[in-house]
Design a binder for this molecule. Structure first.
Ligand code: HEC
Ligand code: HEC
Length: 330
């Protein structure tokens, strides 16, 4: 037990050093946080691909490779020119063009506080799937008039793909839910339909202990299949889109994991905390509710029983499994 305490103390110490060092590095570097390369590999919605009209004659090349290394800071600088016509802040007013907060992944030419879009953009929207995917944004920003001939946006376009990638990365950061994924990732697609509709009620802490006490590890393992799109679970397994999760129960939140590049969102939320059963339960119920802006683009498990099974399974993947609560009366 005291060996375990030592380990934990050691882990916390290491984590603090890592946090310090990475803080220093982070202040020197601008990290394109939500736009990790791998994410895009998984992310690209099939419907974002060929839809004839969207490309101008030999339309822009796919932007995904550039997004992987895009700079949000540079993107922000490039959008100075947009500000003649657009605001970018949450709740900002429409000007000559609509407010652009949360534009990535949102509907083309819809909503935006009643902004009066041109028929040109509205009808183009129908042709290209109706959503500002990164590909649509890329084509649009390369040449608005090519994308939607007759659009009201009298902006020549930015011919440099790198600039557009940076701008898109920046736009994507302006969101309650920065979505590197145009629409759905496989994990979400495969998740129970109920996930989307499920009320976002905070998981009931009271019943968690009871559910853990009777959790089914085998079921939990089955539920964890969906996670393997992004995570490995074996000891010493590599980080993928998400970090390796061996020994995650009881470990510090968003720290270490062999240098995995966690989002600021999860780091801020998890500061000084560990993955207790309750934290894991809240996280797995709805990652975005737990840590707004997290890179984990997984819808969450609406069913408390599924989460408990999953947590019980995760807990087995450890050199020192944290004891699960005992069933009352046992
Ligand atoms: C001269 C004014 C002007 C400039 C400069 C401008 N825009 Fe626009 N933008 C507009 C107008 C007007 C619309 C509405 C287009 C329509 O309805 O056809 C628009 C629409 C958009 C839309 C679609 C919004 C939606 O909800 O569908 C995006 C995205 C966009 N602009 C991004 C940008 C970015 C990024 C820049 C800078 C690189 C920029 N714009 C520069 C005027 C401008
Ligand atoms: C689409 C990819 C994806 C899927 C699917 C996914 N995750 Fe993640 N996960 C991530 C990413 C990315 C992070 C890093 C989050 C951040 O830094 O904001 C993460 C972080 C985590 C963390 C925090 C790790 C730490 O050390 O703090 C846990 C725990 C976790 N995921 C569990 C799961 C479980 C369990 C599942 C399956 C139910 C799952 N994830 C499904 C991508 C995914």
């Amino acid at each position: 037990m005291s060996f375990e305490m030592n380990k934990i103390a050691g882990a916390i110490l290491v984590a603090m050093i890592v946090a310090m060092v990475s803080g220093i590095i982070a202040s020197k570097l601008v990290e394109p946080i939500p736009l990790k390369k791998n994410v895009y590999e998984v992310a690209i919605a099939p419907e974002a691909a060929p839809s004839g009209g969207q490309a101008a004659p030999a339309g822009p090349a796919p932007i995904e490779p550039l997004l992987a290394s895009a700079s949000i800071e540079a993107g922000k600088a490039h959008t100075a020119v947009c500000q003649t016509c657009h605001t970018f802040d949450k709740g900002g007013p429409n000007k000559i063009g609509p407010n652009l907060y949360g534009i990535v992944g949102s509907k083309i030419a819809e909503g935006r506080g009643g902004f009066e879009f041109s028929d040109a953009l509205k009808s183009k929207a129908k042709e290209v799937g109706g959503v500002w995917t990164v590909d649509n944004l890329n084509a649009w920003l390369a040449n608005p008039q090519h994308f939607a001939s007759g659009t009201k946006m009298t902006f020549a376009g930015d011919s440099k793909a790198k600039d557009r990638a940076d701008v898109i990365a920046y736009l994507n950061s302006l969101s309650d839910h920065p979505q590197p994924l145009p629409t759905k990732v496989p994990a979400q697609a495969a998740a129970p339909k109920a996930a989307a509709a499920a009320p976002k009620a905070a998981p009931a802490a009271a019943s968690l202990d009871a559910l853990l006490a009777t959790a089914n590890v085998a079921d939990g393992k089955t539920h964890a299949i969906i996670c393997t799109t992004c995570h490995t679970f074996d000891k010493g397994g590599p980080n993928r889109i998400g970090p390796n999760l061996y020994g995650v129960v009881g470990s510090p939140i968003a720290e270490s994991r062999n240098g995995y590049d966690f989002s600021d969102a999860l780091k801020a939320k998890g500061k000084g905390q560990t993955w207790t059963f309750a934290n894991l339960d809240a996280w797995l119920a709805n990652p975005q509710d737990f840590a707004h802006g997290t890179k984990m683009t997984f819808a969450g498990f609406p069913k408390a029983k599924d989460r408990a099974d999953l947590i019980a399974y995760l807990d087995t993947l450890s050199d020192h499994p944290v004891p699960l609560p005992k069933a009352p009366g046992k």
